[in-house]
Write a protein that binds this ligand. Structure first.
Ligand SMILES: [Zn+2]
Ligand SMILES: [Zn+2]
Length: 218
């Protein structure tokens, strides 16, 4: 669905009455004319209040039908179908415009996640921690992909992963456990430990933390 509407964003439609670009809008649930659906969740609509169709429509409808209303020009995306749609108020459809910027942002986020997931296959050989952290720390990504990322922490052998992981709250207890085991293995491999008081990384055999100067028992 997101991909469909993103295609529509790229489409350019101009109003034949005022030549202005049409705005991509969410379709109203029902076809006002015949009670059927539009066959599309989205419509391109001329929201220009100066549009001759809209500006002259009030008089036309008052004279013709004796009630208040006008027309807005409308085109169905990905099709040649277009209509002059009757509207009863000035504000008709103005609130239904698709938020293109937020849609693009959502799509960019989606692409970024997909790229990170795909990069997991090569990140160990390339020494890339970034995609592993992107996938591991994104709660909206499938748990299987995140577990796959967790399993790469030890082979990657990069202690830079510890700080961002410690700053993250995992909703999945199993994943958190896996990640903790990986961090323990990394610390051991680097002869390091986390200070129990200030959480800074220090030498495994230190008796005093060089960061907070606290005495360590072990
Ligand atoms: Zn127009
Ligand atoms: Zn300390």
């Amino acid at each position: 669905m997101l991909s469909t509407v993103l295609q529509y964003i790229e489409e350019e439609h101009a109003c034949p009455h005022c030549k202005q670009a049409l705005t991509l809008c969410h379709a109203p649930p029902v076809h006002v004319g015949d009670g059927l659906g539009w066959g599309s969740e989205y419509l391109f609509i001329c929201l220009n209040d100066e549009c001759s169709l809209f500006a002259n429509g009030w008089d036309h409808i008052a004279n013709q039908y004796g009630h208040v209303g006008s027309y807005r020009h409308m085109q169905i995306p990905n099709s040649k179908e277009h209509y002059n749609m009757m509207v009863v108020g000035r504000e008709a459809f103005t609130g239904s415009a698709v938020d293109v910027e937020s849609l693009k942002r959502r799509n960019d986020d989606y692409q970024r996640r997909q790229e990170a997931i795909a990069a997991l296959d090569h990140c160990v050989e390339r020494g890339q921690l970034e995609p592993v952290l992107t996938v591991l720390l994104d709660e909206s990504i499938k748990i299987d992909d995140r577990k796959k990322a967790a399993q790469l922490l030890v082979p990657l052998n990069d202690i830079a992963c510890i700080e961002p992981i410690r700053n993250h709250t995992f909703r999945d207890g199993h994943l958190e456990q896996e990640v903790n085991l990986a961090i323990n293995a990394l610390l051991a491999a680097h002869f390091l430990k986390e200070c129990p008081y200030c959480t800074e990384l220090i030498k495994a055999r230190a008796n005093v933390c060089k960061h907070c100067q606290r005495q360590l028992n072990d």
